[in-house]
Design a protein around this ligand. Structure first.
Ligand code: ACO
Length: 333
């Protein structure tokens, strides 16, 4: 019997209602709207309401993906959530999503993946392996973040970049022979650069020295932006080329590049490095900022719903994030 392949049969996304424009941000931190838009291409970001948690964002996006897929929550046999901002230390946000989404009868396994901005492609890759091995048939993969909860709103070098949101896909097993679906995934990590991009505290490390204990977060995002920029472009370029080489393709075969929506300059530099014209790059960062693990599925959902992505087109997903981690996925839509 042929091994099955995983195909995305529905996408969904969700952005919290509250928006914060650059102008509003400039009232609370020493920056200007012009500086933010010219250096990052970001015009606004969304902020989760006080009572809204990552699982709520994930549930909204997951429901929309299930609806688009015509799939009932009970049909799911695996739920994976990529997040660096889980509701709780445990249980996994994916388990909370299973309950909120109403996948009660499925008793499907549910777990989280933590690879920061690369998290969604890591999760997609794992889901793909479960489907290929025959372990799972219908999988919900979500990337969801409340990243604004781990920002230092006095640090203008980081707080201007990030926002909250969620994106999701439903995968289905298709028998090989059909050419549509996930063609390959490639994942990498290098943990030697933690200092360049990390959160300053954590469960095991505790709060950083001098940290105001009234903050609910255990630490804040700390980043050396210039260096991260260079590493991101290099790694996203390399892992895109790896995907194309593995499938005997060139950049000319790619209809759409969907890179991690970190900021417009990183996207432009990555596209240039790969050699793909900007009109074939999906860019949504302007209206939601960097939403970490949610960014790739948010951009994917937007391009599917507005009709840019069409059946049988080749779509290349590409991401880089803390760890460092980086990954790509090549799909025939
Ligand atoms: N408003 C006004 N001025 C600012 C701001 C701000 N928000 N932030 C920094 N500056 C100032 C700096 O203080 C500096 O001033 P100085 O020259 O007087 O010292 C000047 O602007 C230039 O600072 P740089 O850090 O060199 O600015 P750069 O052009 O590199 O832009 C940025 C900074 C936007 C963070 C850029 O480095 C970047 O995009 N890095 C990528 C990081 C990223 O996107 N990380 C996301 C997580 S990883 C990922 O998702 C891939």
């Amino acid at each position: 019997m042929n091994a099955p392949r995983a195909r995305i049969i529905g996408t969904g996304s969700y952005l919290p209602e509250k928006r914060m424009t650059n102008e509003e941000l400039a009232k609370i931190v020493d920056t200007t709207s012009e500086w933010i838009s010219s250096r990052t291409g970001i015009l606004e970001r969304h902020i989760a309401a006080e009572e809204e948690m990552t699982s709520d964002l994930a549930t909204h996006a997951g429901r929309r993906a299930l609806e688009a897929a015509g799939c009932a929550p009970e049909d799911l046999d695996l739920i994976i959530c990529a997040t660096s901002t889980p509701d709780l230390v445990f249980p996994a946000t994916a388990a909370i999503v299973q309950h909120k989404i109403g996948a009660h009868n499925a008793k499907a396994p549910a777990f989280d993946i933590q690879a920061v901005c690369t998290g969604f492609i890591y999760a997609l890759s794992i889901a793909d392996q479960f489907v290929r091995s025959g372990m799972s048939k219908k999988v919900l993969v979500v990337g969801a973040e409340t990243f604004t909860r781990i920002l230092d709103w006095e640090d203008r070098t980081t707080c201007i970049l990030f926002g909250d949101g969620a994106g999701a896909v439903v995968l289905d097993a298709v028998e090989e022979g059909g050419s549509r679906g996930i063609l390959s995934t490639h994942m990498h990590a290098d943990g030697s650069h933690v200092e360049l991009l990390h959160v300053t505290g954590g469960i095991s490390k505790g709060r950083p020295r001098g940290f105001d204990v009234r903050h609910e977060a255990l630490g804040f995002v700390d980043m050396q932006g210039n260096e991260v920029f260079k590493q991101a472009v290099k790694a996203m370029g390399a892992v895109a080329e790896e995907a194309l080489a593995a499938n005997g393709m060139t950049v000319d075969n790619v209809d759409w590049l969907i890179p991690h929506q970190a900021n417009k300059r990183i996207l432009q530099a990555t596209a240039k490095r790969i050699g793909i014209p900007e009109e074939r790059v999906i860019v949504t960062v302007d209206h939601h900022g960097n939403t970490s693990a949610a960014s790739v599925p948010l951009a994917l959902d937007e391009a599917v719903r507005d009709g840019r992505i069409q059946p049988n087109q080749i779509v290349l997903l590409d991401a880089f994030g803390g760890g460092f981690t980086w990954a790509s996925a090549l799909l025939r839509w």
